[in-house]
Design a protein around this ligand. Structure first.
Ligand code: G4P
Length: 292
């Protein structure tokens, strides 16, 4: 992922989406089910300008199902239909077109009443880099589509991708930026691999991730690394306790240096790989009630 977001790029990305909004009936906002708010563009409501919208919680295969159900409720409370999907396997994806039709039911009905045969629903997928936009487009298209980033001034040359479900998709998704100036958001994005490892140090990412995960996913951590986390006894404000967990993980994974000390950097990198590959089980990195 090579995008560096500067104000000029944000303005351009925003304009490009605004151009496309004129062409579509519904926006499909793609979020990462493991961190729905952190993977969300901070200006999305303004950018979409009241366009009918469906939220997709992608990568649900990697997220905690209980937390995903809570997130669906969170969005519902805010008037948004949210659908968990896995664009890789296709799970949940068939629900998308019916949900779009339901969202546009009044418009479709009004067309019918005027004797107009409703055409296919036109949609645009928007989301931050790495959230699965290309994977979803390929899945909906039923084939591999060459998806290129937008170039200034080429909006007019866009193609519609027809899908079997009566949904026409713009072939270039809208690429948005996350709220990266927030340190906690940055850590969560880095933990899932959505932003490159050079931006934040692996040990910092792991420290903060473990601080969040230890009380909530103790069983998963204990199981994989033979730790003995007791959620009731954790003191999350004591950095030594978190570092001790990192050392425990390192020992289990054989990250030792001379003198029997743990190589925390190596341990952190291995832990991140496990987390991103789903080796710890299905983990969600933020909860609706903690984010307000
Ligand atoms: P983008 O267009 O929004 O930038 O994202 P893209 O589709 O390229 O997907 C980014 C990564 O996320 C890809 O992995 C893709 O396979 C993975 N992905 C997309 N949807 C899902 C999903 O529902 N579940 C899971 N587990 N992964 C998903 P990659 O490692 O970058 O590439 P590759 O492994 O596919 O080669």
């Amino acid at each position: 992922m090579a995008i560096q977001w500067f104000p000029g790029h944000m303005t351009r990305a925003r304009r490009q989406i605004e151009e496309k909004l004129k062409l579509i009936d519904v926006a499909i906002e793609l979020l990462d089910a493991r961190l729905p708010l952190s993977s969300r563009n901070p200006m999305i409501d303004q950018i979409l300008q009241g366009k009918p919208r469906i939220v997709l919680l992608n990568k649900q295969d990697l997220a905690d199902p209980k937390a995903t159900a809570e997130w669906v409720e969170y969005f519902k409370d805010r008037g948004l239909d949210a659908l968990p999907i896995d664009a890789n396997s296709g799970a949940g994806v068939r629900e998308l077109a019916p949900r779009c039709r339901a969202l546009l039911a009044d418009k479709i009905e009004a067309q019918r009443a005027r004797g107009v045969n409703p055409r296919a629903i036109r949609a645009l997928i928007v989301g931050i880099p790495n959230v699965g936009k290309s994977t979803l487009i390929n899945r909906l298209a039923g084939r591999k589509v060459a998806i290129t980033g937008d170039k200034p001034g080429v909006t007019k040359g866009q193609q519609w991708i027809k899908t079997a479900e009566g949904l026409d998709l713009l072939d270039t998704p809208g690429i948005l930026w996350p709220k990266f100036e927030d340190q906690d958001v940055g850590v969560r994005l880095a933990a899932t691999g959505a932003i490159r490892d050079e931006v934040l140090h692996a040990q910092d990412i792991v420290y903060h991730s473990l601080r969040y995960m230890a009380p909530r996913y103790a069983a998963e951590l204990n199981d994989r690394y033979q730790l003995a986390i007791e959620p009731d006894k954790l003191d999350l404000d004591n950095p030594d306790e978190i570092v001790a967990l990192m050392e425990g993980i390192g020992r289990k994974r054989g990250c030792l240096v001379s003198g029997g000390r743990v190589d925390l950097e190596k341990a952190s990198q291995l832990f991140l790989r496990d987390l991103r590959d789903g080796k710890l089980g299905r983990i969600t990195l933020e909860q609706p009630d903690l984010r307000g």
